[in-house]
Design a protein around this ligand. Structure first.
Ligand code: FAD
Ligand code: UDP
Length: 385
């Protein structure tokens, strides 16, 4: 396609949703450029050669949403299994259900509290923070579950995951985790949940499968040796940019800070290593945060029963060359972001979107929802520009 109506930088779920709407709804000719050698951004998965098991290359991805529009939309491209995510955590050699629920509380205190007795106990253990709404993760965590449970299950896990004192982290991180006074140990509270029946990549490829959509892999927007680069396109062709916002402006106002993860893969000659898909490790003495065993994401599949693979997940600060995964979002980052946002708003015929382009943690359904809103509210004008 020599003269596309729209160039999209990045083939993650945000970019693919914009591409779909531009091509299927507006009849626009779209070129997506993607610096990686595959489509799909961080939701991409591939089949492991040695075991035949589908592996989420950039870390475990669980689809869940309560947004009716998003659920209907994603079902245009894939069906979903009835997988329901459940997580367990190991603390001092004992396995507990996570998120914290009545089962966790009773197991931890070797008790048989009723829901109201457990609430009373936790309120007591939340001490000075009981009923308050603190702004940092440490105090918020204690207010939600009391100090003993916080110190067992949250404090060190969070320390390993964020390498930051929980007092310096925003309360919003821990607010993502439900606390329940029932035995319900579903990880997510959402109405809809499941995994793409034929895998993530089949879903992502279906989104791009349209005669008006061309995908150019291994093509970086900042590489001036390829045609569709920032210098050539700026102001000439409408662009939706889903790469890092600080990179777009050559880091001129400073770097926005991210966390990344390293996954250490091990193949094992056993059919089942841990009996579940995700086991967290709450203690400081274990260097990784969790072990993922991807075979358990698809119990309905006919995987070989004599081998498996596991991924140990380690967390650390990202350097410029690492994959930026989770925004750190310190107050300094937020100030820098505001300045980048002003510059982005003034950029001729370029819209910034997605996790990297807006420096926001977005679950898949949020990235899709945000892209659908952009397609409703801004895409028609952009395509006319
Ligand atoms: P991305 O998927 O990051 O896509 C951006 C794309 O842009 C990438 O492919 C990148 O290579 C490309 N790009 C960047 N710069 C350039 C450039 N200069 N030129 C060309 N291409 C470029 N969500 C859930 O709902 N459930 C989960 O369980 C879940 N788990 C997650 C676990 C991890 C470890 C991570 C990191 C994320 C997880 N997410 C999860 C979030 C999910 O991955 C995001 O919602 C989704 O990736 C957002 O899509 P995006 O298009 O904004 O970004
Ligand atoms: N968390 C924790 N212990 C756990 C699970 C989660 O302390 O066993 C905390 C941790 O701070 C984490 C936050 O809860 O960052 C949100 O959990 P979630 O599973 O959403 O984390 P993610 O891995 O998606 O960041």
């Amino acid at each position: 396609m020599s003269n596309p109506d729209l160039v999209i930088v990045g083939s993650g779920l945000f970019g693919l949703t914009i591409a779909d709407r531009a091509a299927r709804e507006h009849g626009a000719r779209v070129t997506i450029i993607e610096s990686r050698d595959h489509i799909g951004g961080n939701a991409y998965s591939e089949v492991d050669d040695r075991t035949g098991i589908e592996v989420h290359k950039y870390g475990a991805h669980l689809f869940h949403t309560s947004n009716e529009r998003v659920w209907k939309y994603v079902n245009d491209f894939t069906s979903f299994t009835d997988y329901v995510h459940k997580v367990y955590t190991t603390h001092q050699g004992v396995v507990y259900p996570m998120p914290i629920n009545l089962g966790t509380i009773n197991q931890f205190f070797s008790a048989a509290y009723s829901p109201s007795e457990a609430r009373e106990l936790i309120a007591e253990q939340a001490g000075e923070f009981a009923g308050k709404d603190p702004e940092n993760l440490n105090d918020k965590g204690i207010s939600l579950i009391g100090r003993p449970l916080y110190e067992a299950f949250i404090k060190h896990y969070t320390g390993k995951q964020w390498q930051t004192d929980p007092k310096d982290l925003p309360a919003s991180i821990i607010s993502r985790l439900p606390v329940r006074y029932t035995y319900d140990n579903r990880y997510f509270n959402d109405t809809y949940e499941g995994l793409p029946t034929k895998g993530y990549t089949a879903w992502l490829e279906n989104m791009a499968d349209h005669p008006n959509i061309e995908v150019k892999l291994s093509t970086d927007y900042f590489d001036e040796s390829q045609e569709l680069n920032k210098k050539n396109l700026r102001g000439n062709v409408p662009v939706v940019y889903t790469g890092p916002v600080d990179r777009y402006f050559d880091y001129e106002l400073g770097d926005l800070k991210w966390r990344t993860i390293d996954l250490e893969t091990e193949h094992l000659d056993v059919g089942d290593f841990q009996g579940t898909s995700v086991m967290n490790y709450a203690d400081e003495s274990v260097p990784f945060t969790r072990i993922i065993e991807p075979r358990h994401f698809h119990p309905e599949r006919d995987y070989a029963t004599d081998r498996t693979l596991i991924q140990r997940e380690f967390s650390r600060f990202a350097e410029r060359d690492d994959e930026p995964y989770y925004p750190i979002n310190s107050s300094a980052d937020r100030e820098t972001l505001l300045q980048y946002r002003e510059k982005a708003a003034a950029e001729p015929s370029t819209l910034f979107g997605g996790r990297l382009g807006t420096y926001q943690y977005l679950d898949m359904h949020m990235a899709i929802g945000a892209a659908l809103s952009m397609a409703d509210n801004k895409l028609p004008d952009l395509l006319r520009s």
